[in-house]
Ligand binder design. Sequence first.
Ligand code: CA
Length: 656
Amino acid sequence: MKNIIAFVIFIVSLNIVTAQESITSYPVYSGKDLGLTYTPKAATFKIWAPTATAAKLNLYKSDLGGTATRSIAMNQGDNGIWYITVPENLKNSYYTFQVNIGNTWSEEVVDPYAKACGTNGLRAQVIDLKETNPIGWAGDTSPNFSVSNKQTDAVIYELHVRDASIHASSGIKNKGKFLGLAELGTKNSAGQTTGLSHIKELGVTHIHLLPFYDYNSVDETKSAVQYNWGYDPVNYNIPEGSYSTNPADGKVRIKELKELIKTMHSNGLRIVMDVVYNHTALTKNSNFNILVPDYYYRKRADGSFSDASSCGNETASEKAMFQKFMIESVVYWVNEYHIDGFRFDLMGIHDIQTMNMISDTLRKIKPSIVLYGEGWTSSSSPLPEDKRALKKNAAQLNGIAVFSDDMRDGIKGSVFNIDDRGFATGNISNSESVKFGIVAAGKHPQINYSKVNYSKEPYTAGPAGLINYADCHDNNILWDKIALSFKSASAAERTKMHELAYAIVLTAQGASFLHAGTEFLRSKNGVENSFDKGDIVNGIDWDLKTKNIASYQFIKSLVQIRRAHPAFRMQTAQQIATNINFENNLPTGIIAYTINGAAVGDNWKKIWIAYNGSQTPQTLTLPKGTWKVGLSSNGSSKMGNNFTLAGSSAVILYGQ
Ligand code: CA
């Protein structure tokens, strides 16, 4: 019996090898015209389906319901292509495809390359993209965010479209919509700015929006009452319908998103798009998998879908036609929507080569593009680690940064242990992890890598390779993490810890990243993973800005100082290793260092920074020279050559 089972397994695995080999030998199509090519005189549809024996196009009058007005057989072309040209003006028609594989017609699928669709993305739409351009779109340009527009100059503000406006305190009319975030001059109940005007006032450079491609989890006919972050992609090249005022007409969501982007740009803000190419919302019945079964995904040895995303599947960026899809998709968003950067979800699932092709391609189009991603996966992947865009391989990525979980958890404690504290919350054993973040996870002679929490060696090639942060949409927001891990601290003490955390983030080398509302101590009521927890948990209460105005002013000052001073935005690992000097023999709980600002062209020729992670005041002797206070928190003060740092505080001094 055992032998029979072994024999069956042997035969099955042989079949899998054969299937995988045949998949990699599928013909590859290199043309850039997959999907729809529209003119008023004709519409040409093209799909790649190399295992199909027939394919058809279905045309519809409406986006939902009804039967197809026509089903048209498609022609077989070279390299796995099926195509059809309809010599009519099909503008505003909706369409789907079906393929015949193994003598069976598939269910209807939406063109993966579709650029417009109706409600819930169930049918693609033929549109004239030119009609989606708002007035003045041709003149829309991305604002400069520094003298040189380098990745290290980015101060990124991570925001969910709906969270920005849905709370009553926003004073915004188009609640939950792209147009809501585009409203200017909106105010909270105390008359302080909210929404986009607030973000402009805070002074960040980039707004990073959580997924706004068409995702699956919100029923667009019920978007008033449904909520999701949107990490479940369906149509990669189409905006999400629930953020538009009319999801049925494919032009509306496109035009309204462009209105938002134009408004951001004309107000000095750039836009980063959160993209999730690592998995699709559906697996066996996804658009990709119906058109070319098993091709676009990685599989386990037993033939099942591997699942490094923990969402049911993982895409295969190393396969030619998915690599092509990813590259063409990001290029489309930059060219059509003027997107200024991308954040790659679970980037550790993608292969390094594809990520570098994306970076090289985008930088030719927009040299100032900002690119970063999560250098990890959610579960294990069959693609070898040395091929994947993991944090430990960050130095092999060209101009793509990774998030520093070392710094994040060094500041506030592990996100995986609710009770754990970090440097800013009194666990001063995390000092070395914070110092590692300060030098942008690079090689620095004063870092003891053996004491860093996660990484035991430098992993970036330079500061452009790192995003420093204290919190993001995932896990507890900083205010809640501090409260949950330090229940005995008073609200005033927690406020100082929060300010210290952001002082560390915004003075560290590498790009800075803030989660929306954390600048005025936003809370999610202790909800750890709020992806579907609705507006009550997620909606930003803009009246907190008034309540916590002192913290807001402090963090705003940090942003201003960072943007004004290149000393905090060095561009090479060598500059950091040479010009940042940590002080030794300090009292317990203190990190202090000097920056040679003059060496990097800063008018603050020398800078002295100190953080007190303990709750005890500490007095330090300043290095020789004349020092002025740039910024200090929690009542710290300078007396002659001494500086007394209050507990949980930060200070920036400078000298000419
Ligand atoms: Ca959707």
